[in-house]
Design a protein around this ligand. Structure first.
Ligand code: FES
Length: 122
């Protein structure tokens, strides 16, 4: 596997969340910390991306099940589209929180997410 991604230079705390073998290419994997803290991880063209699994439209934990095209994810419920690099909605409002992520051997290391107050857009 040629997937390479260095540890981001920051003083954030990182935790192992899974093996790279558990993330099929071009598929999402959800990591659930609690009801309000969920992260969707993607392996797209040998680059890892991590964003909130909770869609800001109706606060639904479904982003990991979305449709991937290029470097975007489309929410499977109502079709809002987000850029996985920035988390920003494309042509709409809202933003998915993004997280730093890297690979240490076969270990997927994720920035430890802080608990968040729920917000969503109607
Ligand atoms: S819940 Fe994601 S677009 Fe509606």
């Amino acid at each position: 596997m040629s997937l390479e991604q260095d540890k981001p230079s920051s003083d954030k705390e990182f935790i192992r969340v899974c093996s790279i073998k558990e993330i099929p290419r071009r598929c999402g994997k959800e990591i659930v910390f609690d009801e309000e803290t969920q992260v969707a991880i993607f392996n797209i063209d040998d680059t890892l991306y991590a964003v909130s699994n909770i869609c800001p439209h109706q606060h639904a934990p479904v982003i990991a099940d979305g449709y991937i095209e290029d470097c975007t994810i489309t929410c499977p419920l109502h079709g809002w589209v987000y850029d996985l690099r920035s988390g920003r909605a494309i042509g709409g409002t809202g933003k998915l929180k993004t997280y730093d992520i890297y690979l240490d051997g076969e270990n997927v290391m994720l920035e430890r997410p802080e608990p968040e107050e729920p917000t969503w857009t109607i």
